[in-house]
Design a protein around this ligand. Structure first.
Ligand SMILES: [Zn+2]
Length: 195
């Protein structure tokens, strides 16, 4: 696609918006993020400065993260679509295009206007991205890590085997734990007085 050097910058892609949703959800899953941590996540996902999150925003973002988590927790594509439809019906406005006054390239938004609070913006931008991913791939856009004591969510890969863990670390930990359980089970099954 041809671009000119002084064309306004493009907004974060669908993939970036989706991974931003996962990062915010995981920040709340891991504990109690403060305004600075959340500002850092938003900046890291392409939000231009000034990025200012207040204590009140943190609470609103916590609630938003809880709602978005339902999409990741849905066990199959139909239920992920239903969770997204519920949020699209109750929490977003109609699809519109904005260029934020010419400062960036035209891109779609589902929130009411360009100055809504962070939580409304996060729900709208995340729903848009997750809906596109579900559409493109025909599978749930993400899932919740299957490792014990890990509440992280992850994004589904475009193709290949289904993912179950948020990270290689969780996958390894679970594999080791499964081996240990199997060994213990075998030991218990051995009849007494032998071996
Ligand atoms: Zn995990």
């Amino acid at each position: 696609m041809p671009t000119t050097p002084d064309a306004p910058p493009l907004r974060p892609s669908v993939a970036t918006s989706a991974s931003r949703a996962a990062a915010v959800i995981n920040a709340f899953a891991a504990g109690d993020p403060g305004p600075e941590e959340l500002e850092g996540i938003l900046r890291a996902h392409g939000e231009p400065d000034p990025v200012r999150v207040t204590g009140e925003d943190v609470e609103a973002l916590r609630a938003a993260a809880g709602l978005l988590r339902e999409v990741f927790a849905a066990p199959d594509t139909d239920r992920a679509a239903a969770a997204l439809n519920r949020l699209l019906r109750e929490r977003t406005g109609p699809l519109r295009l904005t260029a934020h006054g010419g400062t960036v390239g035209w891109h779609p938004h589902l929130d009411g206007d360009d100055d809504v609070p962070w939580d409304e913006w996060l729900i709208a931008s995340s729903c848009l991205a997750l809906a596109v991913l579900l559409w493109e791939r025909g599978r749930p856009p993400g899932g919740v890590c299957a490792a014990a004591r890990c509440g992280n969510v992850y994004l589904t890969q475009g193709s290949g085997p289904e993912r179950r863990y948020c990270s290689r670390r969780c996958a390894t930990r679970e594999r080791v734990a499964a081996h240990r359980r199997a060994r213990v089970a075998r030991t218990r099954q051995e009849p007494p007085g032998r071996g």
